[in-house]
Design a protein around this ligand. Structure first.
Ligand code: MF3
Ligand code: CO
Ligand code: CO
Length: 302
């Protein structure tokens, strides 16, 4: 496929944004342009990726606004002494009240409307009678469906005053998401995102979970492509405008290995160390990216 130069600033020696693996100057530079329709067809055919149009993006943005409002509500109410099931009730009722549906509920048999993952729990924690206590960290991961469109976002919260380990892992997890997001622009590749996250997190002495990845989102909960939060620069599918996917690095304070609990969902660190995660739904634009779940990632952490 030929790439239209006007879509993106790309250097002569950069990898060609068409994904051929050649340098831009050896490939599409100066040749006929291909249309957005051709790109859309090729991404579907080659990768199963459904690029999003204007109306789709508006729909996902609306779902994203509800996701943020839901996380804000959780932030206001989350307290030590509360059970994780009380967070489920909050999220479920708020979602329904807004005419939306919680995607997690009955997704592949998941029994609740939100994932709540505490301390050593990495992800997919099932809300229940676990009582949140002072000093805990808790990731709350919400995915509302609004008019058929999905937006996926999560944050890790402190319960009361965090200890040094809680502070460290939440800080590194949030900055890992930021490091990944900073790579998102047309012409960069999926591997650039994972590479940026892994090199940052490991430099901080933390580890990156391998078994769960970011994913295309919008028309469905999980669509192609998969986005590992580790990997190599200049590898993988080329990012093009209209791609919508999550970046959601799960970062462990200790080793990267995990176990799945007998409930068949909850992933926990094998070494019992703390794990934290932040997730946003991101759109590749002509000149970079736009978050469709744009909550703040810069304010001081508690
Ligand atoms: N929200 C999770 C993600 O970020 C997926 C949860 S699947 C569920 O991809 F079934 F556990 F809800
Ligand atoms: Co996700
Ligand atoms: Co999620």
């Amino acid at each position: 496929m030929l790439f239209r130069k006007r879509d993106v600033r790309v250097g002569r020696n950069d990898p060609c944004p068409c994904g051929s693996g050649l340098k831009y100057k050896k490939c599409c530079l100066g040749k006929e342009a291909s249309s957005p329709e051709e790109t859309k067809e090729r991404y579907l055919k080659d990768y199963g990726i459904r690029l999003k149009g204007k109306a789709d993006i508006e729909g996902i943005r609306r779902a994203g606004r509800l996701a943020i409002e839901t996380l804000n509500l959780v932030e206001q109410h989350i307290r030590s002494g509360m059970t994780t099931d009380e967070i489920n009730t909050l999220v479920h009722e708020f979602t329904i009240q807004h005419g939306a549906k919680p995607a997690p509920l009955h997704y592949r048999g998941f029994p609740k409307s939100v994932c709540v993952s505490v301390n050593e729990e990495i992800c997919h924690g099932i809300p229940g009678n676990r009582v949140l206590k002072e000093g805990d960290i808790a990731n709350v991961d919400v995915t509302p469906i609004v008019d058929g469109y999905y937006a996926d976002a999560s944050k890790t919260f402190f319960l009361g005053t965090p200890g040094p380990e809680a502070k460290k892992i939440v800080h590194v997890a949030r900055n890992s998401l930021k490091a990944g997001m900073a790579q998102i622009k047309p012409g960069n590749r999926i591997g650039d995102i994972g590479w940026a996250i892994q090199s940052y997190a490991e430099r901080e002495g933390c580890s990156v979970v391998r078994e769960f990845v970011g994913h295309g989102v919008g028309f469905e909960f999980h669509e192609p492509p998969q986005l590992p939060h580790f990997g190599q620069k200049d590898k993988g599918i080329v990012l093009v405008p209209g791609m919508v996917f999550t970046v959601e690095p799960m970062i462990n304070l200790g080793r990267k290995e995990l176990r799945i609990l007998p409930d068949n969902w909850t992933a926990v660190t094998d070494d019992g160390s703390l794990s934290a995660q932040f997730e946003q739904t991101l759109l590749v634009t002509e000149d970079g990216f736009e978050s469709l779940t744009p909550y703040d990632l810069d304010s001081p952490l508690s």
